[in-house]
Design a protein around this ligand. Structure first.
Ligand code: NAP
Length: 415
């Protein structure tokens, strides 16, 4: 059982849990109840986090790789030992089902283990110059203070995937988690503290709205690196912000994956594959199959079987026994999904299953299958939820052209 007393809800700056400039509630999206009030960060707190990370950097960068590796290893071990508690927390603030949440925690912990192993294997390069009279030596150095910004869909996995490599390399960090799911990030920082991370090396701030404070930190000469995972729209803004000081940035942005089923596919296997590719994490994954292209010859059978599998999923609060689809992270996100389905139906989509929001509390949207024309608007957007629009095609060339008809290029599936 999740013990609310265990939750950290403050900012973490310079090795201390501190109050900020106010507070905001964190909701359980499956019933709208408030789980906790977290502290928010203003200019003073964001500046203090930058200062703490900046001051801690020289010493941390000089530590022995083995020392950093052992802290990360310890953090991995604590995360695994506390996986049930953490999974409940993820499920509670994000809405996802407990099996997905547990899977995420173990996946997230692996980043700490992997980077604890990589810490002691940072490689370089040594060459002779083409003229033969010089030696060229390449060594990797920690870049400095890194600002890490994470989304709500994998609140644990995205945090450890960024913190792990940064502190392994000897960088210091400021984590800014999504405002809907800050508690998991706070729990991870707490684990790092218990694993022995020195003060100032990791810091956590939760400014809201995010834009002005992130911009302030990106324009601070002490911040050297930005790592962002989130929507393409926000990523585009941040690349521009990072360009002002020409700082290094890594971007993991949106996706709109095609899922192609050819005429000789094993239909049952393809349906099983699509259930995984579409419904992992309730459809809220950048890798989720979003545009389903099925050969005309098998489209009717495939659609019937897939719609049946979708309609049989149990939609329920994430921690309820047998739940297979939990709530979306918020009413706002749920409404975005509903609006895209509405847009699609207006454009001629036929609803094969789902499409009707349930009565009652919670940000639930049912598993929905649509059959649509290849020009339907829904295909242009990343639907971050349990909605699968199916389009038919007649030739392989047409399937390839349709699959590539997107600005996104993250992943694709073929059966
Ligand atoms: P989002 O709205 O872009 O938010 C992501 C993060 O950016 C949050 O921490 C958010 O803070 C912050 N943010 C929002 N506006 C900002 C601004 N103007 N300046 C600075 N920071 C800002 O994305 P999301 O809805 O949380 O996540 C879903 C998106 O993430 C999808 O597009 C998905 O495909 C993508 N994603 C990609 C990958 C990948 O590996 N490629 C993995 C996971 C998710 P607040 O929460 O405080 O607004």
């Amino acid at each position: 059982m999740l013990c609310l007393m265990q939750l950290k809800t403050d900012l973490y700056i310079d090795g201390k849990w501190v109050k900020g400039n106010g507070s905001v509630p964190v909701y359980d999206p499956s019933d709208g109840s408030v789980i906790a009030e977290i502290q928010t960060a203003g200019e003073k707190e964001c500046d203090a986090a930058v200062e703490a990370a900046y001051r801690a950097f020289p010493e941390w960068a000089k530590t022995a790789p083995r020392y950093r590796a052992e802290i990360l290893r310890k953090a991995f071990e604590i995360m695994v030992a506390e996986a049930d508690f953490l999974a409940e927390l993820v499920s509670k603030e994000n809405g996802k089902v407990i099996t997905d949440a547990k899977g995420e925690i173990l996946y997230a912990a692996e980043f700490f283990r992997w980077f604890s192993e990589e810490t002691v294997r940072v490689q370089g390069d040594f060459r002779k110059s083409p003229s033969g009279d010089k030696r060229i030596l390449v060594t990797h150095q920690p870049i400095g203070v890194s600002l890490l910004i994470t989304p709500w869909n994998f609140p644990a996995g995205m945090a450890t995937r960024k913190i792990g490599p940064a502190i392994a390399a000897g960088c210091t960090v400021i984590l800014k988690p999504a405002i809907e799911t800050p508690l998991t990030a706070m729990a991870i920082i707490d684990i790092l503290e218990r694993a022995g991370v020195p003060k100032g090396v990791v810091n956590l701030v939760t400014p809201t709205p995010a834009g002005p404070m992130v911009s302030r930190m990106l324009h601070d000469a002490r911040v050297m690196n930005l790592s962002f995972t989130g929507s393409t729209e926000v990523g585009r803004v941040l690349i521009k912000e990072a360009a002002d000081r020409v700082i290094r940035c890594s971007m993991e942005l949106g996706g709109n994956a095609p899922f192609v089923v050819l005429d000789d596919a094993n239909i049952d296997e393809a349906v099983k594959g699509l259930m995984l590719a579409k419904m992992r994490n309730g459809g809220a994954a950048c890798t989720a199959a979003n545009r389903i292209y099925v050969h005309k010859k098998i489209a009717a059978e495939f659609t019937t079987k897939f719609a049946k599998a979708m309609s049989e999923l149990k939609m329920a609060p994430g921690r309820e026994a047998g739940a297979q689809l939990g709530a979306s992270v918020s009413i706002k996100e749920r409404d975005k999904i509903a609006q895209l389905v509405e847009l699609s139906v207006k454009g001629g989509a036929k609803v094969e299953t789902g499409g009707v929001m349930p009565e009652g509390p919670g940000a639930f949207y049912p598993p929905t299958v649509l059959t649509v024309d290849k020009s339907n608007e829904i295909l242009k957007y990343e639907v971050f939820g349990p909605v699968a629009p199916i389009v038919t095609f007649e030739t392989d060339d047409e399937a390839i052209a349709l699959a590539n008809d997107s600005d996104f290029g993250l992943i694709s599936y073929v059966y």
